[in-house]
Write a protein that binds this ligand. Structure first.
Ligand SMILES: O=C(O)/C=C\C(=O)CC(=O)CC(=O)O
Length: 215
């Protein structure tokens, strides 16, 4: 359907689903949410029905403009290219490069190593494992952000870097990472989390958030 609202297949505390919710919110795009419960029934993402939507059997996936997209950054880039206002990538190519460093460190270098699938596969202590990879990534992000940040990750304009950072800090807090080691990341997160598009899309207030985790 080309005329109806985009549909986001996601899960309240999937950090990658949250990235897409923030992007929709920042751009003021109305969308419908369909919950894919990653825990219930052994994981609804593993059903044949969902596999037809995303063969990687992960959230998020989005149907929009008559096509189905998966992979949060691909989704956000599509939204950016088709609904350019307000922009989520700076005009300056150097700053765009910096945005992409932050996004890639998080989306390739941290989150995939601490996601549910990996934690379920490894025999090791889940919390220690997750902490290790989040710490390793944040140790790289901290000095980079110290150089690039203004009010937000890259200067004073919200970008895809901020969209990736906040949900990753949420995961860090979930895994009890000591955030006092990362003052720049912590400061940016505190600023961003007060902005409507980040607040309204928080895992604690989604349609599929369980009652005991509701804010
Ligand atoms: O524990 C659960 O309830 C299930 C999964 C998640 O929240 C999401 C992840 O696996 C990690 C992530 O999104 O970064």
């Amino acid at each position: 359907c080309v005329t109806c609202f985009p549909v986001l297949y996601g899960y309240f505390r999937s950090s990658c689903s949250w990235r897409v919710r923030i992007a929709f919110a920042l751009k003021g795009i109305e969308y419908e949410q369909k919950s894919v419960n990653l825990i219930k029934d052994g994981g609804q993402q593993l059903t044949d029905q969902f596999k037809a939507i995303n063969p990687m059997q992960q959230v998020p996936a989005v149907t929009i403009d008559g096509i189905t997209l998966s992979q949060s950054l691909a989704i956000i880039q599509y939204i950016e290219e088709t609904r350019p206002e307000p922009r989520l990538l700076p005009a300056d190519p150097k700053q765009r490069g910096q945005v992409r460093i932050i996004c890639d460190i998080i989306a390739s270098g941290i989150q995939p190593l601490q996601n549910l699938y990996v934690l379920q596969k490894i025999g090791a202590d889940k919390v220690q494992w997750a902490q290790h990879f989040i710490n390793r990534g944040f140790e790289a992000l901290e000095p980079i952000l110290k150089q690039t940040a203004g009010k937000y990750c890259i200067g004073d304009e919200i970008s895809m870097a901020d969209i990736c950072l906040v949900p990753q800090v949420y995961n860090a807090e979930r895994f009890k990472v000591d955030m006092s080691q990362f003052p720049t990341i912590r400061r940016l997160n505190q600023t961003l989390i007060e902005i409507d598009a980040f607040k309204a899309t928080h895992p604690s207030c989604q349609p599929d958030t369980p009652d005991d985790l509701q804010a």
